[in-house]
Design a protein around this ligand. Structure first.
Ligand code: SF4
Ligand code: SF4
Length: 97
């Protein structure tokens, strides 16, 4: 599922540069995530980086956008066509395994 920024956002901006997919932008009232660019950091990290840096725990899994690893790594490959992700790419689905 894509990650969602909820009302707890205090507009600190820490998440924007942390995203490997440039999925986060300042919105009208708070920062927002473009779900078409969010891979839950699959392909890059074992944990969602926006959630890791957020001081208010405002970056949460979006229950209305449940997506599995193949969809997310496919999105990462489309967004970064020159990058070789291989088969052992970092993924929150494999974290700790
Ligand atoms: S989960 Fe990762 S890819 Fe998605 S918005 Fe957060 S930092 Fe970007
Ligand atoms: S890191 Fe958290 S509080 Fe800061 S802008 Fe991003 S979502 Fe909002």
């Amino acid at each position: 599922m894509a990650t969602l920024i909820v009302d707890d956002c205090i507009n600190c901006g820490a998440c924007e540069p942390a995203c490997p997919n440039q999925a986060i932008k300042a919105g009208e009232a708070m920062f927002v995530i473009d779900p078409r660019r969010c891979t839950e950091c699959v392909g890059f990290y074992e944990r969602e980086q926006c959630a890791s840096v957020c001081p208010t725990d405002a970056c949460l899994p979006d229950p209305d956008r449940v997506e599995e690893e193949p969809v997310l790594i496919g999105r990462a490959r489309r967004l970064h066509p020159k990058k070789d992700f291989g088969v052992q790419f970092p993924s929150r689905f494999r974290a700790g395994s």
